[in-house]
Design a protein around this ligand. Structure first.
Ligand SMILES: Nc1ncnc2c1ncn2[C@@H]1O[C@H](COP(=O)(O)OP(=O)(O)O)[C@@H](O)[C@H]1O
Ligand SMILES: [Mg+2]
Length: 394
């Protein structure tokens, strides 16, 4: 587990002691800011944040803080307000340095036991790779279509070193969509699982003409039983250490193997459609991910088969139901998409100007925090809060 990072935001009432010097006495990196810096800027990449109750309330309204990562300080009467915000601790003012130190030590122990320092953050420090999983609790929704085309877009348009991993271990599809005949699959990696060095991986992974590498799954459904969640973590970790941007295509089962992949992911692209059943499953999925402690910022919603036609559920209804906006809407691509799949020739290669290819490029930009990613973030936040206000009639 990596060293925990704590941001203390001093609104001026914590005194002038050298708070950063506390790093020597607590097992954490401590950064101290004044509240002029703006919480958004100072809390990027934090594990815990100590902040006054009024600044915390403002930050929650703007979506800049996560529940369960807050240590609040304020007037003794503010205890209830702090608990309402999901603070893990509350320090009544005046806060002296001994109380502060005690609170920080307690928070570090509590947070470690609850795994607030997420596994992916700690492995991220040790390696340079990045992991994007395309997931949906529904089958036939477009996961494989997106994973394949996104992987190629990362490589061709953004110059990334990409490996596409087929983690639909029972019913794989990546090989067909890329017209590959897998000579080696994940199963052949298992005997070397503790020794996946760079040289071996380079020779093992399949190469696709688009430039991406591929790790296919076995065609035999029963082989899926042979792969454990520990294997999945080891494989992903080895690929990351090798500097790959790892794109994972998944099955719709939320089993231990899938959870291992989701744990290791920096981004989860949750694909859904304008069908009520898909939306309900997506909402359940979001709730599960929240209960697992996943940062909201790592989950992005993608709408597939978006259309202006009246299907009984509008895009806005879907976003209201999910409490989150879509980062991209992929249109129904009709013939272009089906032909691409049947010929094993991804549409981002054959029809880069098609709207659906452009929507894949947009998803790639958001994941890589390129160009308009920040604008989308702002739009997401703005739209979401206006919807929440509407929902609660505020
Ligand atoms: N936006 C779209 N327009 C047209 N066809 C699509 C679209 N998205 C997916 N499809 C088709 O739907 C089928 C299921 O997609 P697939 O990616 O295999 O779903 P999943 O991996 O979620 O089971 C495939 O034949 C695919 O080509
Ligand atoms: Mg699939």
């Amino acid at each position: 587990m990596g060293r925990m990072r704590i941001s203390i935001i001093n609104d001026g009432t914590l005194g002038t002691d050298d708070l950063e010097a506390l790093s020597g006495q607590v097992d954490a990196e401590i950064a101290v800011y004044d509240n002029q810096d703006g919480i958004k800027k100072v809390t990027a990449g934090y594990d815990l944040v100590m902040v006054s109750i009024s600044d915390a309330e403002k930050a929650f309204k703007k979506g800049e803080l996560d529940r369960g990562r807050l240590i609040a300080y304020g007037h003794p009467d503010d205890l209830e307000r702090a608990l309402m915000l999901g603070a893990i601790d509350f320090l009544p003012q005046p806060v002296d340095i001994d109380n502060l130190l005690y609170a920080l030590k307690k928070a570090v122990i509590l947070a470690s036991s609850r795994n607030i320092v997420s596994r992916d953050k700690s492995t991220e420090q040790a390696s340079k790779g990045h992991v994007v999983t395309v997931y949906s609790p529904s089958g036939g929704i477009g996961k494989t279509m997106l994973a394949v085309n996104l992987a190629i877009t990362f490589a061709r348009q953004f110059g990334q070193k990409v490996v596409l991993v087929d983690l639909n271990l029972q019913f794989p599809g990546v090989d067909l969509m890329l017209n590959l005949s897998p000579a080696r699959t994940i199963i052949d990696l298992l005997s070397r699982i503790d020794n996946l060095d760079n040289e071996f991986l380079e020779s093992f992974l399949m190469r696709h003409s688009s430039g991406i590498r591929v790790l296919p799954a076995s065609q035999r459904p029963e082989d899926s039983e042979r792969v454990s969640d520990r294997d999945i973590r080891s494989i992903i970790d080895a690929l990351k250490k090798n500097g790959y941007l790892v794109v994972i295509d998944s099955s719709s089962n939320l089993n231990d193997n899938m959870l291992a992949a989701l744990d290791c992911s920096n981004n989860i692209l949750l694909v859904t459609s304008l069908e009520l059943l898909a939306l309900r499953n997506t909402r359940t999925c979001l709730e599960i991910m929240a209960s697992l402690g996943y940062d909201k910022s790592k989950i992005e919603l993608v709408l597939n088969r978006a259309t202006n036609k009246d299907l009984g559920v509008r895009v806005e209804d879907a976003e209201n139901l999910l409490g989150e906006c879509f980062i991209a809407q992929m249109p129904s691509g009709g013939e272009c998409v089906v032909k691409a799949a049947n010929h094993g020739q991804p549409f981002v290669l054959t029809q880069p100007e098609n709207e659906i290819s452009k929507s894949v490029a947009k998803i790639a930009r958001v994941v890589l925090h390129d160009e308009d990613a920040q604008i989308i973030d702002e739009q997401k936040r703005g739209a979401l809060f206006s919807r929440i206000r509407r929902l609660f009639g505020a």
